[in-house]
Design a protein. Structure first.
Length: 742
């Protein structure tokens, strides 16, 4: 059984509680481990975290020291030592293990505290044990090269002196001390950035000194004076001989390379590197005379603002995109504000005053509580105003987090002095509304100017964007990427699609607002394709075409009668209300299709010369041959236009055979047969020639048309000579003969 020695005193104080708790824990551990484990325990160490003397700590306490050594050994070591004054009886002692400690905490060698003695070691402060550490260097005292060095004397350092604390902070933080960072704030990234900055500053000092030395333009051996004069005595060469050129290009290259390197580092490292570089180049002086006209990289007053612009833009993005701790965020900004900027860099004075994400006005705007970005404080108006780089960074951040509603509110409220750049960002507001699932608002926002600007987003749309918007509005789906080009995969049904009547109104208004879209056949074909497709989209973004019912002649006439007035009002940008009895009934889709046909016919009358292709408009009708027939019948009353359209189709068929054959491979022989018969059914020879040209495409590419033998030969034979012109009839007969021999 373990031997025990007791000293009876008043049981009070925290030390007693800790000892008793330790005793209970050891008993529970001994009971758990059993006699074998208990027998292996050699000692018990009691550590007090108070800085008071051990004797004071143990006074007025009960101390129980347990030892699990064999009883025979205990008997040999049980000689008692009695302290009469304190009444403490020690029956067994064992030397404790000395842990690593600062020199001023050493229990072996006394230490004398002074405030800032660095000349000589004070008394016995230079003495050390094997576990003494240097307070400044944070390494073993035996390894400290400044332990007793004059003007350093780290042996005198301790934690009660501000001087030695500052010395320790500078040693541990290195160049990071200029950022006023505490040692506890410095992590691996900050330390890495500090190391790179230190190396850069050393190299920069060499290059800057070389710059200050300058270059002598002309030496004595380069004198150009006449042979009658001694070199250096003419007025020209004596003046040039003393001229010194200061070229900043080497410094510029070094700083540029360092910025490039910083852009590849982690945010904290990069911020330290860029801020340190900004401070150094701001302190550079220009010794060159004002009349020296050097290039942008050779003149300091031109190169430094350029470098400072790169640095500040990178820092602005980091402050927005990187989740810096608030204290570190503020220290970075404060550091930049302390940089003494020269007059040619005054424009950068407040460039890093970037509001944090929890800024008062910004928060209310993002939450939708403030739609204008204006707010009064102490009777003065405050605005949400930010530079374009910050706005782009915030846009990028909210895009990546999927905060599209907040992004729309922000872009509508924020103000910037770079109007064109901000306008380009605002042009994506309809896209962000679609990403948030609000497709109807997106359709209307295409034509709404932001902040009373003269132009709306629709005026700057590209054909691809117009086509993508139609697909998003019609299906209630969006591309999975961050832009229109990222349309390989789509997210389906994230909101309610736009109603058919709203879609056709807004689409036509956009076309009338943007002349380049209005004259682009791809935009018209996209609108026709959308109206003839299912609102259910495939994940790869492909539409499924539908065959619409052919409306009655009376209904077609009704739509035709109201179309002219509707299109005219839409052209004048009037908010038109479509007749409910026509466009909101059971045949609303067919009515919109007919309205689109009339709009295309009007476009051909005025802007046909600007069209580059017509084939895609014709193919956009798909299997809705009744609609294509109505469209072609509308051209019969405009013969000059019909002639130009037929010529354009013939040209397209010559250059776009591959596109046509690929479509036919998908739609099959029934579609090709219907298309041939449609053109051959007209009594107009020009339209018949289109059908004949289509048959030539089949004959010339029979190896790519294995379905040709399935064409309805009997139906083609039904077209007699009185109906067809002689030349067209001969060509058709030849085509039928070839099909019969397949």
């Amino acid at each position: 059984m373990a031997a025990r020695t007791r000293k009876t005193m008043a049981s009070s104080g925290p030390a007693f509680a800790r000892i008793q708790n330790g005793r209970r824990q050891r008993r529970r551990r001994a009971n758990t481990m059993g006699p074998e484990k208990e027998a292996n325990e050699e000692s018990v160490i009691l550590i007090s975290d108070d800085e008071t003397d051990i004797e004071t700590t143990l006074r007025n306490s009960i101390v129980v020291i347990e030892s699990s050594e064999n009883s025979d050994v205990e008997e040999k070591k049980s000689e008692e030592i009695v302290d009469e004054e304190s009444g403490l009886v020690v029956t067994f002692c064992k030397k404790g293990m000395v842990m690593p400690h600062a020199r001023y905490d050493c229990m072996t060698h006394p230490f004398e505290r002074t405030e800032n003695e660095t000349c000589i070691p004070v008394k016995q402060n230079s003495d050390m044990c094997g576990q003494c550490y240097c307070y400044v260097c944070d390494k073993l005292a035996s390894e400290c090269q400044y332990w007793t060095t004059s003007s350093s004397c780290h042996c005198n350092a301790h934690n009660k002196s501000k001087f030695w604390k500052d010395q320790r902070n500078f040693t541990l933080t290195g160049v990071l001390v200029i950022f006023n960072l505490e040692p506890t704030e410095i992590d691996t990234d900050l330390r890495h950035g500090g190391e790179l900055l230190f190396k850069f500053l050393r190299d920069l000092s060499v290059q800057y000194n070389n710059y200050l030395s300058g270059e002598i333009v002309l030496s004595l051996q380069d004198c150009v004076c006449s042979s009658k004069q001694k070199p250096g005595q003419c007025s020209v060469c004596s003046q040039l001989q003393n001229e010194v050129i200061y070229r900043y290009s080497n410094v510029f290259s070094l700083v540029s390379s360092f910025i490039n390197k910083a852009e590849k580092e982690k945010p904290k490292s990069a911020a330290v590197m860029l801020l340190g570089a900004a401070r150094e180049i701001a302190l550079h002086k220009d010794p060159a005379p004002s009349w020296q006209n050097l290039g942008p990289s050779e003149s300091l007053k031109l190169a430094v603002p350029f470098l400072m612009s790169r640095i500040t833009k990178n820092l602005q993005r980091m402050l927005v995109l990187s989740d810096f701790p608030k204290q570190l965020y503020e220290k970075f900004i404060s550091f930049f504000q302390t940089i003494p900027l020269p007059p040619y860099c005054f424009k950068f004075t407040n460039c890093l005053n970037v509001p944090s994400w929890d800024h008062r006005i910004l928060t209310t705007v993002l939450k939708g509580q403030n739609i204008t970005g204006e707010q009064k404080k102490n009777g003065k108006k405050e605005f949400l105003w930010e530079v374009l780089t910050v706005i782009k960074a915030r846009t990028e951040k909210m895009e990546s987090m999927g905060q599209y509603k907040e992004l729309v509110r922000y872009l509508r409220a924020v103000k910037c002095n770079e109007g064109i750049g901000l306008r380009d960002l605002r042009d994506k507001i309809p896209f962000y509304l679609c990403k948030s699932g609000d497709f109807t608002s997106a359709a209307y926002s295409l034509l709404l100017p932001i902040n009373n600007l003269a132009c709306c987003t629709a005026c700057r749309l590209a054909p691809l964007q117009f086509e993508s918007y139609l697909k998003m509005f019609w299906t209630g789906s969006v591309p999975s990427g961050k832009d229109f080009q990222d349309s390989d995969k789509w997210i389906l049904n994230i909101g309610s699609p736009v109603k058919c009547c709203t879609l056709i109104k807004q689409a036509l208004r956009v076309l009338y607002s943007n002349r380049s879209l209005y004259r682009n056949s791809r935009c018209w074909s996209a609108l026709i394709t959308i109206l003839g497709s299912s609102p259910i989209l495939e994940r790869n973004g492909l539409l499924t075409t539908l065959t619409l019912r052919e409306p009655a002649p009376s209904f077609r006439q009704m739509v035709c009668d109201v179309s002219f007035g509707i299109l005219e009002e839409l052209r004048l940008k009037v908010n038109v209300s479509l007749p409910s009895n026509v466009f909101y009934g059971s045949q609303n889709l067919e009515a919109c299709f007919l309205l689109t046909i009339q709009a295309v016919l009007q476009m051909l009358l005025t802007d046909l010369p600007w069209l580059t292709s017509f084939l895609e408009i014709m193919l956009a009708f798909g299997k809705n041959f009744w609609a294509l027939k109505l469209f072609l019948e509308g051209l019969l009353s405009r013969m000059p236009v019909l002639h130009d359209v037929v010529s354009m189709i013939a040209r397209d068929l010559s250059y776009q055979k591959h596109t046509l054959l690929k479509l036919w491979q998908t739609l099959g022989p029934d579609y090709v047969g219907e298309l041939l018969c449609l053109f051959l059914s007209f009594r107009n020879s020009q339209l018949q020639s289109v059908g004949i040209f289509l048959s030539h495409v089949v004959i010339e590419n029979l190896n790519q048309c294995p379905w040709a033998k399935s064409l309805d030969v009997f139906r083609l034979k039904a077209f007699k000579r009185p109906h067809l012109e002689t030349a067209n009839h001969l060509q058709l007969s030849k085509f039928v003969s070839i099909l019969e021999n397949l």
